[in-house]
Design a protein. Structure first.
Lengths: 115, 111
């Protein structure tokens, strides 16, 4: 079956602009999580959505937001971009069921560069 | 904050077993141990997880000490493609809590 698909793969934006990243989870998965990866901070959790509701949120400013649609696809938005937002943004999907099946499957990521 | 301690790097000869240690001395009774790896420029990949019993799958084995304060991920026959950063994560209730990644161990498999 198809894996987690993230678009676009690469993006260059100017400081002050906003950006929207998209994630299509594995078919049947209802949970989508977003992570930011930078060389200095490593992999950091942004937020998680399950059935269109945000269930968990990491310690990021309000400029970072997300949403999930009824088909489980998710988008994250970053407004007023700063140079420090340059990072690899990763999306992960999971069944969010108890016991087995709770492993998360990650996409290839979107590499965002802010100039 | 990550609740685990891992060595920053390790080397392993190709074809030999790679044994990656993880210390989680403050683990609670209901926390699972998860292992993921990230090959350069790719998203992390799930390897294995366990609660208290040892686990084995097609990729690796997970050995958890009886007191659960540490664990070891074993790749039985390491190949060059196993070169990656390996993350050990403790996680309570996988259904409702996010993965918290530490710095992991950079494993280099050498020919």
């Amino acid at each position: 079956k198809a894996g987690v698909t993230q678009t676009p793969r690469y993006l260059i934006k100017t400081r002050g602009q906003q950006v929207t990243l998209s994630c299509s989870p594995i078919s049947g998965h209802r949970s989508v999580s977003w992570y930011q990866q930078t060389p200095g901070q490593g992999l950091q959790f942004l937020f998680e959505y399950f059935s269109e509701t945000q269930r968990n949120k990491g310690n990021f400013p309000g400029r970072f937001s997300g949403r999930q649609f009824s088909n489980s696809r998710s988008e994250m938005n970053v407004s007023t971009l700063e140079l420090g937002d340059s990072a690899l943004y990763l999306c992960a999907s999971s069944l969010a069921a108890g016991g087995m099946g709770t492993e998360a499957f990650f996409g290839q990521g979107t590499r965002l560069t802010v100039v | 904050d990550a609740k685990t301690t891992q060595p920053p790097s390790m080397d392993c000869a190709e074809g030999r077993a790679a044994n990656l240690p993880c210390n989680h001395s403050t683990i609670s009774g209901n926390e699972y141990v998860y292992w993921y790896r990230q090959i350069h420029s790719q998203g992390p990949q799930y390897i294995i997880h366990g609660l208290k019993n040892n686990e084995t799958n097609e990729m690796a084995s997970l050995i958890i000490t009886e007191d659960r304060k540490s664990s070891t991920l074993i790749l039985p026959h390491a190949t060059l493609r196993d070169t990656a950063v390996y993350y050990c994560i403790v996680r309570v209730d996988p259904r409702n809590t996010p993965l918290v990644f530490g710095k992991g161990t950079r494993l280099s498999v050498i020919a």
